[in-house]
Design a protein around this ligand. Structure first.
Ligand SMILES: *Cc1c(COP(=O)(O)O)cnc(C)c1O
Length: 391
């Protein structure tokens, strides 16, 4: 049998972050003392009232298909969230609930991009964006940034990259993998370019609530009707409510795009899990008092890790005011990211993700979604590892 794999599928590489996390978990299961900095998820449990709402829905038999784009109740709760927190008016019909924020991104790209289109993606990028763009048959156009600019693209850089083929610009603030946060006026300036050049923006705002050092988040859609009309917001429950395994994300889009995605989803996954959606309503409409506690803990770890990383010779780390990642520059060690991470795991049993996965080979990603004790232990080991390299 000739198992011919389509070019579309064969052109993808499996997710390296998931692979490293799996490798670290496997070493741990074998009894090895591994410190994992690979996690792309909070280490906190889902708040109890959210679990209770889903459990009650399950017990009550809320176990059938829902409308494919989500229950009216949840879409209304999401519309209310956009009004309350972002001052944005979306009708529930403009909201699509999907099987995770990743699925929401996929739906947006599938519904807006095709052969011949270019999609502008600032690097370091979330590793799934370019792969999704390729799956859609479109071409990723990567804009390099460095720690010199806190990994932010400038409006000039964006403008210079736009061609008549440019269809979409992907903005992710706060950012995975860098933790970088664009200031509101920086967001507006990028939005100005997209509005002027008639380029759609996919704004991935899943880390909206995870901010430190007084940083603030402003959605590009909120600067006025023109911005709103050019923007599709992607969001989800994974990060601020620690619901990664629930597989629930959502998007808010101009009506024609929402309609198209509704159709795509109705023929692919259909609705996300019914009783998980009940939990999501509780997540949005219930108390948010878990968040300040989580943020205080994340912030403590962030400060410690940032200082410790900068004390390691050959390593520098710029400040990161969002998400739960730091993205230190390791070029001073003389190693590129893949070799650095492979040897670090081998020699010191510390798992970090090589920056090459995010389009930035001089960096590694450190997730601080793990205990302070682990962070102390892991970074101490990394310090020893790097000092030995120099000898
Ligand atoms: C975690 C994440 C998502 C969504 O993850 P899901 O688990 O699919 O909800 C989307 N974008 C970025 C940048 C992320 O880090």
């Amino acid at each position: 049998m000739n198992y011919r794999i389509t070019q579309r599928a064969a052109s993808l590489s499996p997710s390296l972050t998931l692979a490293i996390d799996a490798k670290a978990k496997q070493m741990k299961a074998e009894g090895q003392d591994v410190v994992g900095f690979g996690a792309g998820e909070p280490d906190f449990d889902t708040p109890q009232h959210i679990k209770d709402a889903a459990a009650a829905a399950l017990a009550a038999g809320f176990t059938k298909y829902t409308p494919s784009s989500g229950t009216p109740e949840l879409r209304q709760a999401i519309a209310d969230k956009f009004k309350r927190e972002n001052n944005l008016d979306y009708k529930p019909s403009q909201i699509i609930v999907s099987c995770g924020g990743k699925h929401s991104c996929y739906n947006v790209i599938m519904a807006t991009c095709q052969e011949g289109d270019e999609v502008i993606i600032p690097a370091p990028y979330w590793l799934s964006y370019p792969e999704m763009v390729k799956l859609a048959g479109a071409t990723p156009v990567v804009l390099q940034t460095t720690d010199q600019s806190e990994f932010k693209v400038t409006p000039e850089q964006l403008r210079a990259a736009i061609t008549p083929r440019t269809r979409l610009f992907i903005l992710n603030s706060p950012s995975n993998p860098t933790g970088s946060v664009y200031a509101p006026e920086e967001i507006k300036a990028l939005g100005d370019v997209c509005v002027e050049k008639n380029v759609l923006i996919m704004s991935d705002e899943i880390y909206e609530h995870l901010l430190y050092d007084g940083a603030s988040h402003r959605s590009v859609a909120s600067f006025g009707p023109d911005y709103y009309e050019h923007t599709i917001i992607v969001h989800g429950f994974a990060k601020a409510w620690s619901m990664t395994g629930w597989r629930l994300g959502f998007l808010a889009a101009p009506a024609p795009i929402a309609q198209a995605i509704d159709a795509v989803q109705s023929h692919s996954t259909s609705n996300p899990n019914s009783f998980a959606q009940k939990g999501a309503v509780a997540a949005l409409n219930g108390p948010q008092d878990h968040l300040p506690k989580w943020l205080a803990e994340f912030d403590r770890r962030r400060r410690f890790a940032h200082e410790k990383l900068n004390s390691i010779p050959g390593v520098t780390c710029c400040n990161a005011r969002g998400a739960f990642y730091l993205f230190p520059n390791i070029s001073g060690t003389g190693l590129k990211s893949t070799e650095f991470c492979a040897r670090l795991l081998q020699a010191e049993k510390v798992a970090a993700v090589p920056g090459i996965a995010f389009g930035a080979d001089d960096y590694i990603r450190i997730s601080y979604a793990t205990s302070l004790a682990n962070i102390e232990k892991g970074l101490e080991r990394m310090d020893c590892f790097v000092r030995r390299l120099g000898k």
